[in-house]
Design a protein around this ligand. Sequence first.
Ligand code: ARG
Length: 459
Amino acid sequence: MAQNLWGARFQKELDALVNEFNSSIKTDSLMYSQDIQGSLAHAEMLCKQGIIEESDYNDIVCGLTQIKNEIDNGALVIDMNAEDIHMFIEGELTKRYPKAGKKLHTSRSRNDQVALDVRLYLRDKIVSLNESLKNLISAIYEVAKENVDTVMPGYTHLQRAQPVTFAHHLIAYSAMFMRDYDRLNDTKKRLNFSPLGSCALAGTTYDIDRDFTASKLGFTAPVFNSMDGVSDRDFCVELASDIALIMMHLSRFSEEIILWSSWEFKFIELDDAYSTGSSIMPQKKNPDIAELVRGKTGRAYGNLITLLTLLKGLPLAYNKDMQEDKEAIFDSVETALKCLNVFAPMLRTMVVLKENMAKAGEKGFINATDCADYLAKKGMPFREAYKVSGSLVALCIQKGKTLNELSLDDYKAFSQLFECDIYEAIDMTTCLNKRTSKGAPSRVAVEEQLKIVENFLND
Ligand code: ARG
């Protein structure tokens, strides 16, 4: 009759369509090793507390270890018709060690089991995400280090604004990714509590030791309320939100890579191994990687909304709706990992077209603020100096010249404060080197910023 482990009160087999609909194995089979890790800790605790006999415990360890090794090496294929990974592994154990296998689920429910597995799985993934983030930050650092003197226009409104260097521009992204790294660690701190022993929702009448399993599995402590232990998935939402931010940062960076690769900018050239061609236009070299990263950001945002929406109407404690959490959060994790891992080598291999950046800096009057500052430093109130500099820009536009090309007479016609040192003051190198305030683009200021990144990388 009924094949399911929970089948005792049922008179009929589950409809085939329902079985497929109800099953989560395609997603949760990814957590097989965490499921086994959790079961081993649970069984050890049951034995230590005298709830199961030592011989049963030994059989459970043998069985679970065999199953883990066989899944690892492909000898045991996970049955995609099973309800979920918990049922599959318990069923497999029971086939091999019927007496011991049937004791494993004492004082445990799939509700605390799944909450545990997801936490263990995501805890590992946070470590991978942080490794990938660090590798990306290190790639940015390497490129920045090579470009401390590479002048380029800094933009606001995508209009040339003031001179910066490519290093300065890149370090802005390091700062963002460093915060992302911190955010993941914060999430890990809050995630790292063990729901095991919450059982279905109301704990158990057995004399279990939740502190033992929590510490065995590397958690800070057990979740202190059993209903919370099985019902909340805030750690999934938090991680999905961290990932949405990582993807948002990657997406802005992608947008710039795409712009910089265009003929209109031509600030960089991506390596052939990190770009693709067109099937019809032979001349094309497209920044597909960056475009895909920008595109995949949508998924990460979608997954966050999926999770928030999934949880918002659920009464305590467990509801089957929650099975949907894994698809969303696992997709976010895998998407972010893939994007981070492809982004770092794309940056490391791109060619920086320094002359084109410098050339872009010559046009666009990005030294107009420095011209105003020149007057202001000679005593003219800044607002007045701003007007003079603006009028000089208008004159340049009319004459088709840059500020550096105007004659001293042109300058003096607007203010007698101008002397021939104006040319030095608005020279691009001076404009950069004088920007020594903390966080600014001068070499000294950028070296300080690089040091901060370096300390982070060496930490
Ligand atoms: N596959 C389920 C999930 O992912 C496991 C928990 C099932 N619990 C239950 N009471 N049916 O959420």
